[in-house]
Ligand binder design. Structure first.
Ligand code: ADP
Ligand code: MG
Length: 579
């Protein structure tokens, strides 16, 4: 058995860690960063790029790259890259594989088991897709762990003696989760989770992009269709502007031309923090409802809460902090780096699974974030009406849990019954998500009212299993929910693994050089015409050195190139702040 790691597979950034004697630790990637952008691309000669190199390429050649695909996990969405179509779980597996290689380089040994985190509010198909992503990357997924729970573990492990109620807010790139957690006597008990899977920092960036275009009389959708390079470059400009506005009151963005370049006289647009806040209030407002719901389900008032824990890069925006202060009447805590907390917690959980002595004391319990149930018909004034939802496991029930409900045939001599399984909070099934069906056959003939017991078992990974038993005959039907949008059979999974393994990749030792080349190509496009020539010379010399494979020359040219880039390019330098 190889080493086990904890992985935060984020919408925008991912990270891998493990537990050692001193506590949880994150593992740096080949560029030395602990955060790897969740981006995948293919360079012109068909080699796979993952992380910062893919992010750099995305600015210049958006059609060769993809990011934020976590938003489509568990759906049929695909994207074509370098002549092949990819599902979200396949793209995620490329990120996982890259993190796995970083961990293997760190341990100088095999890493084949992982705890992978997901937003608490991820539904059944999204969790299944995440597990498949792990399998595709050659990892046994030992546990799917909710991100806010992981964050609570990171805080709890650091302060094991504490007794308090925490509310964890996780506003990342694409998702928002809020969890209410009670900590006492070495136990962390998640009392309730709520959230939205389409609310995150990316939405703030997109709003800024749309407003900047609008200020020039342009419509986002039109421009995106007609000039994708303009949009991808402007998005990068706006992403950085958004981050600057977290610490400055005013900043500027440059509007690129249709080719995504900045000619000498590129228009410059000034944006103030108050503009930005006004343009995004409608997005920020959406955090209130999940907060109220989580507190309500946990039967806690805001005055009962001891600590507000901030997780996720987007909680660096002052308007988010202000909103929470206003809602709770106190300052949030943020002792750990908000974009590393989840991975640290996943690392502790990985240690718990390995029964690491460091954390023997910590017991963690979690909840099912959604209500799960089945469709039933009701007899209304002697008319049978179907389409009603009967909950079997109510949301925010502690897991693992197993519950049974009895249902009855509605017609005489009815020998089979189709049980439709749903997730959601609506009274009628149309408002909920259909997860799958179980067909029960062989019900003995007789009058209506033959009983069938339906048992729902929800495990620690948040995966549901359904069992139906015909009461009279004790005949059983088992059904593991697999009606994800497009499930993979074992054969398909093996084929997908083989296809992922066939992709051309650069050796890991070359990652620094590949990243530098991509960054230099991007910066080249951004430079005024007069300054391009010098960079072109440096770049050519570097490429030549790579060609000749003379190590000394490569290092020399690399330093020269890096120095120049760091001087002219403010982005792409620090490990995560500005990409
Ligand atoms: P995820 O877990 O979804 O990958 P992260 O927790 O890493 O996300 O957060 C990424 C999001 O945080 C991005 O949308 C990014 O723009 C945003 N972000 C990071 N730093 C800042 C900052 N200083 N100000 C505003 N937003 C930031
Ligand atoms: Mg995250």
């Amino acid at each position: 058995m190889g080493q086990i790691v904890g992985i935060d597979l984020g919408t925008t950034f991912s990270a891998v860690g493990y537990l050692d004697q001193q506590g949880p630790r994150l593992i740096p990637n080949a560029l030395g960063d602990v955060l790897t952008p969740s981006a995948v691309g293919f360079d012109t000669d068909g080699h796979l790029l993952v992380g910062r190199a893919a992010k750099e390429l995305q600015v210049v050649q958006p059609e060769r790259c993809v990011s934020a695909f976590k938003r489509y996990m568990g759906t049929d969405w695909t994207i074509e890259l370098a002549g092949r179509r990819y599902l979200p779980e396949e793209l995620s597996s490329l990120i996982l594989k890259s993190l796995r290689q970083d961990a293997e380089a760190h341990f100088k040994g095999v890493v084949d088991r992982a705890v992978i985190t997901v937003p608490a509010y991820f539904n059944e198909p999204q969790r299944q897709a995440t597990m498949r992503a792990g399998q595709l990357a050659g990892l046994t997924v030992e546990r799917i762990l909710n991100e806010p729970t992981a964050a609570a573990i990171a805080y709890g492990a650091a302060d094991a003696k504490a007794e308090k109620s925490l509310v964890v807010f996780d506003l990342g790139g694409g998702t928002f989760d809020v969890s209410v957690v009670e900590q006492f006597e070495g136990t962390l008990e998640v009392r309730a989770s709520a959230g939205e899977v389409f609310l995150g920092g990316e939405d703030f960036t997109n709003a800024l992009v749309a407003r900047v275009l609008e200020s020039k009389g342009l419509v986002f959708e039109r421009v995106e269709a007609e000039a994708p390079r303009l949009v991808s470059r402007l998005r990068q400009e706006c992403e950085q502007a958004k981050k600057r506005l977290s610490s400055c009151a005013e900043t500027t963005v440059r509007l690129p031309n249709a080719q995504g370049e900045f000619p000498g006289q590129a228009p410059v647009i000034t944006i103030t923090r108050s503009d930005f806040e006004r343009w995004t209030t409608h997005i920020l407002n959406r955090i209130d409802i999940p907060i109220r719901r989580a507190l309500g389900d946990a039967k806690l008032s805001k005055d009962d809460v001891h600590d507000l824990v901030l997780v996720g890069g987007a909680t660096r925006m002052p308007q988010v902090v202000d909103r929470l202060k206003w809602l709770f009447g106190r300052d949030p805590v943020c002792r750990l780096n908000p974009d590393e907390t989840v991975a640290l917690g996943a690392a502790v959980q990985a240690g718990l699974i390995d029964r690491h002595e460091q954390v023997e004391e910590l017991v963690v319990t979690d909840v099912a974030p959604f209500t799960l149930g089945i469709e039933i018909a009701r007899d209304l004034a002697s008319r049978i009406r179907d389409g009603y939802f009967m909950p079997i496991i109510n949301r925010n029930t502690t897991i693992p849990v197993s519950r049974v409900e009895r249902v009855y045939t509605i017609h005489n001599n009815q020998t089979y019954m189709e049980i439709r399984i749903y997730q959601g909070e609506s009274r009628r099934v149309e408002g909920n998500l259909l997860l799958g069906k179980v067909t029960v056959q062989g019900i003995p003939r007789g009058p209506a009212g033959q009983a069938v017991d339906v048992r729902f078992t929800y495990d620690l990974n948040g995966v549901l299993e359904v069992e139906a038993v015909v009461v009279e005959t004790q005949q059983k039907v088992m059904h593991v929910i697999t009606r994800h949008a497009r499930g993979m059979s074992d054969a398909e999974l093996q084929r997908a693994i083989a296809a992922m393994n066939r992709l051309k990749t650069h050796p890991r030792e070359e990652a620094v050089n590949r990243f530098l080349l991509r960054r230099a190509e991007r910066v080249y496009q951004e430079l005024p015409l007069g300054e391009r020539e010098f960079l072109d010379r440096l770049l050519s010399a570097f490429e030549e050195a790579l060609e000749t494979q003379n190590e000394e020359e490569i290092v020399g040219m690399r330093l020269a190139l890096e120095e120049f880039l760091n001087r002219v390019d403010s982005s792409g330098q620090d490990d995560h702040g500005d990409q």
